[in-house]
Structures are given as structure tokens and as C-alpha cells.
Design a protein around this ligand. Structure first.
Ligand code: NAD
Ligand code: WQD
Length: 340
């Protein structure tokens, strides 16, 4: 059994946590990253946590000849593709930057996999493909809505590219994991999320506000048709999310897939409001957060959370970490980053 995995974008937030869980599960990991949204500190964190130095090549996945060298050098059977840009607003302002990086990188990797006879592909998709869903919770059969940003469009297009590729190539298998809202950090506080500039996402904004880097958290809207008038999301712990990649890779490596292309929602199955999350952070860490209610943010959907039955039954995976522990880990990581 080939236990080597290429992790493209493995120095990033989700990639670094996944690399740790793969190493813990006995996989030999090759990381490729161009550090466009990360740095070498995450590789050092992986080494400290696992005691293993992951093989690392600095390369741009959009550079096919650079990627060819990676395929020549290592005989991995499986690839996890995290290497993409992910800022929704920036993708609206600079669509070609997103279409180029996210699509060319993925097509290069799929072409090289077919050429070198590598079989298993795991793709980082997103709940963003559901848009403003009519039925909640969303199942994998819930209709995808037309994407509202170029970023979201790259996720839909990449899912379709993967589906068509593996259906046309009987030696290949593809799994798309649709992540809901990944949050938190490794309990060691040695790796975590490193947003550049002002964070777009709620939890890094909360932790930076608690650390005094941001003055005040804005809660975007308290006039939504939800129990406490704020938006509902499905916040999934980063270590639970990382473990989902290991079971999905196991499924392909062990030949247990039921179809050449499969899709799984990766969330907790539990909706949590913005106010609940803020209170949860305050209670878990015994502190008070400076926040105010602001206008709605353009493009936000009222509510989205996952039906995780398929992942529970088929992957044998479910979210395990308690929200309180996740929010403690998020704060421990922010303190470690700031030297607090
Ligand atoms: P991240 O930015 O921390 O990680 C992405 C990594 O890929 C970074 O280390 C970056 O340097 C690298 N990278 C980007 N383009 C590259 C290229 N062309 N060649 C080589 N390396 C490249 O982001 P993340 O949060 O870890 O997200 C990982 C994946 O999961 C992305 O595809 C993202 O769209 C997807 N996703 C993220 C979320 C989320 O909320 N974080 C939710 C759903 C899906
Ligand atoms: C969560 C909630 C905000 C910041 C995004 C992407 C999605 C996926 C995950 C990649 C919302 C509220 C936020 C703040 C706030 N990424 N909020 N104040 O928007 O659900 O999803 O990340 O695929 O594609 O769109 O996540 O963390 O930005 O927001 O009140 O300063 O927190 O309105 O209700 P979102 P988020």
C-alpha cells in the first residue's frame, strides 16, 4: 500500500493541521507550497508536534514544470489540493488572479497525476458552493446555487473539473470535501491560522480584538430572521477537519470508494449564531470582548449548516471537539503568535 501523500498548500492553515494528522496516521508527507499566504514557521510547528520533518519543496502549483519535478522526485499515490487563494472580497476585485491560481494549479496537478499514473485526489471545496440554500441543513444533494464570487466559482468549477477527470480516467478517484467554517488551532498552539492584514473571518477577528490588535469587533447585522437575530454558521474545529482528510485518503488508498467521484460535507451539523460564538469565546477564556453591532455585510447568507449524515456513515467521521475547547485553542494560538 502506498502511504505517501502530496499535500499542495501544506504550509497553510488547513494544510498544516492535515499534515500533522497524516503523519500521526503513519503517512509519509511531501508538502509543496509557494508561501503566498504562509511561511516556514508552520513547517517548524509540524516538526515540533510530530517529531517528523515533512519533505518540503517550495514551488508554485501553477508552474507545471516546477510541479513535474515534484512528480519525478516522489512516488506518492495520493494528492490533497489545498493550494488556492481564498479571500472572497479580493476575488471580486481581482477575478483573474483567482481563476488563474485556483484553476491552473488544479488542472496542472490533475494532468500530472494522469500522466504519472497517480490515482487519488482530495479537493478542498467549501460550503460556499451552496450559496443561500433553500433547505437547511444542506445535504450533498442540495442544489448548488450560482456562485456569487469568483472565489466561489473556482470551487464549483474545480469540483466539476475533478468529477469529469476521474469519471474519464478509470484509474483515478476523487473526493471533494465541502468545509463549513473551519476555526481554532492545534491544542499545542504550535500551528494555527495566520491571516495577513485585517482578518475577514469571525474567529481571527475575535482573537485579534481580545489581543488588542483590533479595537472592536463589528457584528455584521442583528436583524436576521434567526433566534437571536444574528447569522447562523457551522463552525468546525480545525483538528476535526484535518482528521476528515485522513479518513478520506484512507478510503481511497484502501479502495473503499463507492463511486469514482464522491462529495462529503464536513461540519458539525450544529448551527451557531455570531452572538453565541462571541459569548462562547468570552466564557471559554474568561474575558470580555469589545464588540458592537454594525450593518449587515454584503453577500452574507442568513444561515448555513451541514447535514453530516453521509460523512458520519460513509467516512465513519464525526466532529468531536467541543466548541469551548476550540475557542480556548484559538485564543492560546493568538497569544502564542503575539507573545502574550
Ligand atoms: P491558506 O491560505 O492558509 O492555505 C493555502 C496554502 O496554499 C497557503 O500556504 C498558500 O501559500 C498556498 N498556495 C496558494 N496558492 C499556491 C500555489 N499556486 N502554489 C503553491 N502553494 C500555493 O488557506 P486555508 O484556509 O488553509 O485553505 C486551504 C484550502 O481550503 C483552500 O483551497 C481554501 O479555498 C479551502 N477552504 C478554506 C476555508 C476556510 O475558511 N479556511 C473554507 C472552505 C474551503
Ligand atoms: C462568519 C459569520 C459574518 C466577521 C467565509 C467564506 C466561505 C468559507 C468560510 C472559504 C458571518 C460574521 C464575520 C466579523 C462578523 N471560506 N462576522 N464580524 O462568511 O460564513 O464564510 O469563510 O471557502 O466561503 O465566505 O465566514 O468567518 O467571514 O463569517 O459579524 O468581523 O460571522 O457576518 O455571519 P463566512 P466568516
Amino acid at each position: 500500500m502506498n502511504k505517501m501523500v502530496l499535500v499542495a498548500g501544506g504550509a497553510g492553515y488547513i494544510g498544516s493541521h492535515t499534515t500533522v494528522e497524516l503523519i500521526n496516521a503513519g503517512y509519509d508527507v511531501v508538502v509543496v507550497d509557494n508561501f503566498s499566504n504562509s511561511d516556514a514557521s508552520s513547517l517548524e510547528g509540524i516538526r515540533k508536534i510530530t517529531g517528523v520533518e515533512p519533505k518540503f519543496i517550495e514551488a508554485d502549483c501553477a508552474d507545471k514544470e516546477a510541479m513535474r519535478k515534484v512528480f519525478e522526485a516522489y512516488d506518492f499515490q495520493s494528492v490533497i489540493h489545498f493550494a488556492a487563494y481564498k479571500a472572497v472580497g479580493e476575488s471580486v476585485a481581482e477575478p483573474l488572479k483567482y481563476y488563474h491560481n485556483n484553476l491552473v494549479s488544479f488542472v496542472n496537478i490533475l494532468e500530472l497525476m494522469a500522466e504519472y499514473g497517480r490515482s487519488n485526489v482530495l479537493f478542498s471545496s467549501s460550503a460556499t458552493v451552496y450559496g443561500d440554500a433553500e433547505e437547511l441543513p444542506v445535504t450533498e444533494r442540495t442544489e448548488r446555487k450560482p456562485a456569487t464570487s469568483p472565489y466561489g466559482n473556482t470551487k464549483q468549477m474545480s469540483e466539476d473539473i475533478l468529477r469529469d477527470t476521474v469519471r474519464a480516467n478509470s484509474a483515478m478517484h476523487g473526493i471533494a470535501l465541502r468545509y463549513f467554517n473551519p476555526i481554532g488551532a492545534h491544542p499545542s498552539a504550535l500551528i494555527g491560522e495566520l491571516p495577513r492584514g485585517v482578518p475577514n473571518n469571525l474567529v481571527p477577528y475575535i482573537t485579534q480584538t481580545a489581543a488588542g490588535v483590533r479595537e472592536c469587533l463589528s457584528i455584521f447585522g442583528d436583524d436576521y430572521p434567526t433566534p437571536d437575530d444574528s447569522c447562523l454558521r457551522d463552525y468546525i474545529d480545525i483538528v476535526d477537519l484535518a482528521r476528515a482528510h485522513v479518513v478520506a485518503i484512507n478510503r481511497m488508498v484502501e479502495g473503499r470508494t463507492k463511486e469514482s467521484y464522491e462529495v462529503f460535507n464536513i461540519g458539525t451539523g450544529r448551527p451557531v449564531s455570531v452572538f453565541e460564538l462571541v459569548r462562547g469565546f468570552e466564557n471559554a477564556n474568561n474575558l470580555k470582548l469589545n464588540y458592537r453591532v454594525a450593518e449587515r455585510r454584503a453577500g452574507d447568507v442568513t444561515a448555513v449548516w451541514a447535514d453530516t449524515t453521509l460523512a458520519n456513515e460513509e467516512l465513519g467521521w464525526c466532529a468531536e471537539r467541543r466548541l469551548e475547547d476550540t475557542l480556548k485553542a484559538a485564543w492560546a494560538w493568538e497569544k502564542a503568535v503575539r507573545g502574550l
